[in-house]
Design a protein around this ligand. Structure first.
Ligand code: NAD
Length: 317
C-alpha cells in the first residue's frame, strides 16, 4: 500500500508512520514542518521507506503534487494543534483545518484516490453532551474555532463520500499523549517546572476532567478499525475507559520530575481558556466492539508520557 500522511512529521503522524512502515507500506509525508519535527521521521526518510513533500495544505497545488504519487490511502492529520490560538487569531483553524481539508478531498477527487482517514476530535461534541459521549450524539455544537474546523472537515469528507464515492474513516480522538509530544498539558507542565522547579501554575481550578489515550494505542486503534470496518463512512471515537483531572496530572508530573517541593497554584475558573471544554469523556464501545482495546487508561498514559517527555526535554538547562 502507498499511504499519504498529511502532518506526518508531527506527534501522532510520526507514530502512525512507524506502524505503516513496519507493516510494509510506502509512505509519502506532506508536511510544512510548522509544528512537526523532521527528526521524528528521519530514520524512515533515510531508509527510503518514506519520502517528504515539504508543502503546505493551504495550497491545492502542493496537495495535488503529493496526491499524484500513486497513493492508495490518505491519513489526514495535519492541522493547527493549538486550540487556544483561536482566542487570539480567528482564521488559523479556518485555513489550516477547513480549507486544508477541502484541498485534501478535492485533490483526492482529481487524482482518483478513494480512501481517507481523518483525525477529528472529541471537541466537536461541544459542551453539555451526555458523558460518556457516543458517536451518534447530536446536534454537535463545538465551542472553539478548532472544533468548528474539525466539524467542517467531517462535513466536507462526508459530502465527498456521498457525492464522489470516497470511503472514509473519521476518528474523534480524546486527548492523545505520549513520547514525542510537542504540546498539551503534560508538555506544558514539564516546561514550567524546567523554568521554575519551585512552582507550577495550572490554568483553571484543576478540576477539568478529560480522557487521555496513549499515542501507540491511538495509532493501533486507527489501523485496527480500518482493517475491520468497510462502510462508505465509518465514524469512531478513540479514547480510553476513564478520565483524569488536571489536578491529578499536576501531581503526577511533580512526582515524576522529582520536583516534590513545587507549589501547585491554580489560576481559577472552571476551564483553562475560553473555548476549552472542562469535562470530556468519549463512549468507546464501538472501538472495543471492533476488537481493539487500549493498553493504558488515563493515569497510566499520563505517567508514561511524563516519563518519556522528561527524558526528551530534561529539567537541566
Ligand atoms: P502536531 O502539531 O504534532 O502535528 C500536526 C502536523 O501537521 C505537524 O507536523 C505540522 O507541521 C503539520 N501541519 C500543520 N499545518 C500544516 C499545513 N498547513 N500544511 C502542511 N502541514 C501542516 O499535532 P498532533 O497532536 O500530532 O495532531 C495530529 C492531528 O490529530 C491533528 O489534526 C489534531 O487536530 C488531531 N488531534 C490531536 C489530538 C491530540 O491530543 N494530540 C486530539 C484530537 C485531535
Amino acid at each position: 500500500m502507498r499511504a499519504l500522511v498529511t502532518g506526518g512529521a508531527g506527534f501522532i503522524g510520526s507514530h502512525l508512520i512507524d506502524r505503516l512502515v513496519a507493516r510494509g507500506d510506502h509512505v509519502v509525508v506532506l508536511d510544512n514542518l510548522s509544528s512537526g519535527n523532521l527528526a521524528f521521521i528521519q530514520g524512515h526518510l533515510d531508509s527510503g521507506d518514506a519520502v517528504l513533500v515539504n508543502g503546505d495544505l493551504r495550497s491545492l497545488d502542493d496537495v495535488k503534487q503529493a496526491m499524484a504519487m500513486d497513493i492508495d490511502c490518505v491519513y489526514h492529520l495535519a492541522a493547527n494543534p493549538d486550540i487556544r490560538l483561536g482566542t487570539r487569531v480567528t482564521d488559523t483553524d479556518l485555513n489550516q483545518g477547513t480549507v486544508a481539508t477541502y484541498n485534501v478531498v478535492e485533490a483526492m477527487r482529481l487524482a482518483g484516490v478513494k480512501k481517507i482517514a481523518f483525525a477529528s476530535s472529541s471537541v466537536v461534541y461541544g459542551e453539555n453532551a451526555p458523558m460518556p459521549t457516543p458517536e451518534n450524539h447530536g446536534p454537535c455544537m463545538p465551542i472553539s474555532l478548532y472544533g468548528a474546523s474539525k466539524q467542517a472537515g467531517e462535513g466536507l469528507i462526508s459530502s465527498w463520500v456521498g457525492t464522489f464515492g470516497l470511503q472514509a474513516w473519521i476518528f474523534r480522538f480524546a486527548n492523545v499523549v505520549g513520547a514525542r509530544g510537542t504540546h498539551g498539558v503534560i508538555f506544558d507542565f514539564i516546561h514550567k517546572l524546567k523554568n521554575d522547579p519551585t512552582r507550577l501554575e495550572v490554568l483553571g481550578n484543576g478540576l477539568q476532567e478529560k480522557s487521555y489515550m496513549e499515542v501507540g494505542d491511538c495509532v493501533d486503534a486507527i489501523l485496527h478499525v480500518m482493517a475491520t470496518t468497510d462502510e462508505p463512512l465509518n465514524l469512531f471515537n478513540l479514547g480510553s475507559h476513564d478520565t483524569a483531572s488536571v489536578r491529578r496530572i499536576a501531581e503526577i508530573v511533580v512526582e515524576v520530575t522529582g520536583c516534590a517541593d513545587a507549589r501547585i497554584e491554580y489560576t481559577g475558573g472552571d476551564r483553562g481558556w475560553a473555548g476549552d471544554i472542562p469535562r470530556a469523556r468519549l463512549a468507546i464501545e464501538r472501538m472495543v466492539d471492533s476488537g481493539f482495546d487500549v493498553r493504558m487508561n488515563s493515569e497510566d498514559a499520563i505517567r508514561h508520557t511524563a516519563t518519556c517527555l522528561l527524558e526528551e526535554i530534561g529539567l537541566e538547562e
